[in-house]
Every structure is written in structure tokens, then in C-alpha cells.
Write a protein that binds this ligand. Structure first.
Ligand code: TDX
Length: 332
């Protein structure tokens, strides 16, 4: 039995994690904390809202009083922090909210953990904290020892939070773990990120905006594989450790966009090359050897299968993303 606070649980990975945990561990209690920013969608959680083992609390992780009150009420065993501003392009337009939520918010949560006691604080981080790798060195991968070298205000805020988490471990003995995942994809991803944006645009016959030459490489991870990795880390991971989660599944952007066109039977003439992102990272690639060796984790979903399932989900759940595009989802 565990009582788990999941922050950012109305967002993409957080919601998938909640569904995964409720399925996998009947009897566990999940308390979802979410500020419901543009990226949080309460409609995603509708099917579980009345479950006896689930509670939803609209709350900003920067709201110290609110967070402390919740800890007093719930006395959680574990906190998993998904709450973050996560879109690189938005961090280039306006970095300040990234610093606030991603760094200060993480600090508030850990202060609450120190004050009320916790068995584990898990920070969900990203491979972007390592910066990028060159395209002409396919032999190089990010390991947990790779120095932090963030490129965007977003990744710098996540790297800062990671440093803070390790500092709370060393200074206050907080039992922490960190996972650094590669690019996730799957159901419920907000249609501003590459894959859902391209699917929803293609389905509505809109242009498919590919940045620069489209040759940037990402290491794609099906969201459910990521959820399974976090579950393993919570149960068997070692305190004070960082685990990279990725799957030797590198693809460049243009290949993915063409695959989506093919899958949907849409013409490649929808593809439009647009101005490159500022400071655009060339390649991310994770070496997942540590989590494989220590926790016996490997990704199970091959990209061909995962992308097919994801495209199918967006086709079958059109109203989910149409309500986002129309803004209706913000009304709840
Ligand atoms: O319209 C687009 N056109 C395009 O070519 C968008 C939105 C993206 N891209 C490119 C930029 C990247 O090379 O696609 C690639 C993926 O872009 P994003 O989906 O924005 O993801 P990325 O920048 O790689 O960051 C993601 O992975 C790491 C998440 O957004 C982060 O939150 C996570 O930490």
C-alpha cells in the first residue's frame, strides 16, 4: 500500500502514469496535484475522477501553504514530480514561468517532504539537461555521468531542479531519485509537441511545420514504457541515484513526419520547412545501460508499433484534441 502524490497529473506523462499505477497496483492511493495550466486537461482524468483511490486537487506546486496543507491531510509516502512547463519553444518566448514552476516549485515540494517526512521524492527530468550530441558521432550517448550542459531556458530550468534535488539529498538526507527520459510519445500528449502536432495538423489538412532541415534526431520512448521505468525506480531504485530512461530508438524529425503522413494517407506536400528553433539541439541519445542492469528495464514498445498505436489513438479520440484546439477544455 502506498499513498502517492503525483504532481502534473493532468498533463501528458503524469496522466499516463496515474492510469498505469491504478491499473498495476490496485489499492494504492493516488493524489493528483495539478495547476491546470494550458497543458493540463481535466477531461483526461474524467474517467477516474470518482474512483475511491483517487483524489484530484487543483493546486500550484509553488503555493507553499497549499502544498503543506495537502501534505498534512494526505501524509503521502511518495511524491512523483511531473509538474513542469515543458515546451522548449515557449521557454524561448518567455523563460520566467519555467524558472518559477520547474525550479521554485520543485523546491517547495521538497521542503514539504523534509517537513512532513517522505519515503521517496522522485523527480521526473529529461535528457535535455545533457545538452546535445553531434550528428556525425553516432557512437556517443548520454550516460548518467555526462556533464549537465543545457541549451534552452527549459532545459536549464530542469537541470537546475536536478541540482537542487541532489543538494536536498546530500544536505537534508531527503530520499530522492531522478529519472532522465528521452522524448516521450503516446496518448494524451498536448498537440504542440512534434508527434501530436503533426497528427492533428495532418488530420485537418494543415501544413506540417518542420524546423530547419528536419534532420534533428530524438530518441523516442513510448510513454507506457517510461511509466513502467518510474514504477520500478520507486520500488527498487536506489536513493540518491539518477536513472537514464531511453531506448536506442533514434529517428530524425522528417522521417517521423513522413511516417505520420503515410499512416494517415495524407500527402507529403503538407510538409513545410520553416525557420529553425533558436539553439536547436541536434541529437539526443540515451544510454539506458544502468536501469537495464540494476532494474531489468528495457523499452518494450517498438517505434513502428508505438507510432501506429498513437496515430490510431488521435484518430479515435478526435474530440479530445479538438476541445484543446477550440479552447473548450479549459472550461473543464
Ligand atoms: O512544429 C514543430 N516542428 C519541428 O520540427 C515542433 C513542435 C517541433 N519540431 C522539432 C523540434 C525537435 O527537434 O521536433 C523535435 C521535437 O520537438 P518537441 O516535440 O518540441 O520536443 P523537444 O524539443 O525534443 O523536447 C521534448 O523532449 C524532451 C519535450 O518537449 C521536453 O519536455 C522533453 O524534456
Amino acid at each position: 500500500m502506498m499513498n502517492i502524490i503525483v504532481t502534473g497529473g493532468a498533463g501528458f506523462i503524469g496522466a499516463n502514469f496515474i492510469f498505469y499505477m491504478l491499473r498495476k497496483h490496485p489499492g494504492y492511493r493516488i493524489v493528483c496535484v495539478d495547476k491546470l495550466t494550458y497543458a493540463g486537461n481535466i477531461l483526461t482524468l474524467q474517467p477516474i475522477m470518482k474512483e475511491p483511490d483517487f483524489r484530484f486537487e487543483k493546486l500550484d506546486i509553488c503555493d507553499r501553504e497549499g502544498v503543506y496543507r495537502l501534505f498534512e491531510e494526505e501524509k503521502p509516502d511518495v511524491v512523483v514530480n511531473f509538474a513542469a512547463e515543458s515546451h522548449v519553444d515557449r521557454s524561448i518566448t518567455d523563460p520566467s514561468v519555467f524558472l518559477q514552476t520547474n525550479i521554485i516549485g520543485t523546491g517547495v515540494l521538497m521542503d514539504a517532504c523534509c517537513k512532513y517526512g517522505i519515503k521517496r521524492f522522485h523527480q521526473v527530468s529529461t535528457d535535455e539537461v545533457y545538452g546535445d550530441l553531434p550528428l556525425d558521432r553516432p557512437d556517443l550517448f548520454f550516460t548518467e555521468q555526462t556533464p549537465l550542459h543545457a541549451s534552452s531556458p527549459y532545459s536549464a530550468s530542469k537541470a537546475s531542479a536536478d541540482l537542487l534535488v541532489m543538494a536536498y539529498h546530500r544536505t537534508f538526507g531527503l530520499p530522492v531519485t531522478i529519472s532522465r527520459c528521452s522524448n516521450n510519445y503516446g496518448p494524451y500528449q498536448f498537440p504542440e509537441k512534434l508527434i501530436p502536432l503533426m497528427i492533428s495538423n495532418a488530420l485537418t489538412d494543415k501544413p506540417l511545420p518542420v524546423y530547419g532541415d528536419g534532420l534533428n534526431v530524438r530518441d523516442w520512448l513510448y510513454v507506457e514504457d517510461h511509466c513502467r521505468a518510474i514504477d520500478l525506480i520507486l520500488h527498487n531504485g536506489q536513493e540518491g541515484e539518477v536513472y537514464n530512461v531511453g531506448g536506442h530508438n533514434e529517428m530524425n524529425n522528417i522521417t517521423i513526419v513522413k511516417l505520420i503522413c503515410q499512416e494517415l494517407g495524407k500527402p507529403e506536400s503538407l510538409i513545410t520547412y520553416v525557420t529553425d528553433r533558436k539553439g536547436h539541439d541536434r541529437r539526443y541519445a540515451i544510454d539506458p545501460a544502468k536501469i537495464h542492469a540494476e532494474l531489468d528495464w528495457l523499452p518494450e514498445t517498438r517505434f513502428a508499433e508505438g507510432i501506429r498505436k498513437t496515430v490510431r489513438w488521435y484518430v479515435d479520440n478526435r474530440q479530445w484534441w479538438e476541445k484543446i484546439l477550440s479552447g473548450e477544455y479549459l472550461k473543464g
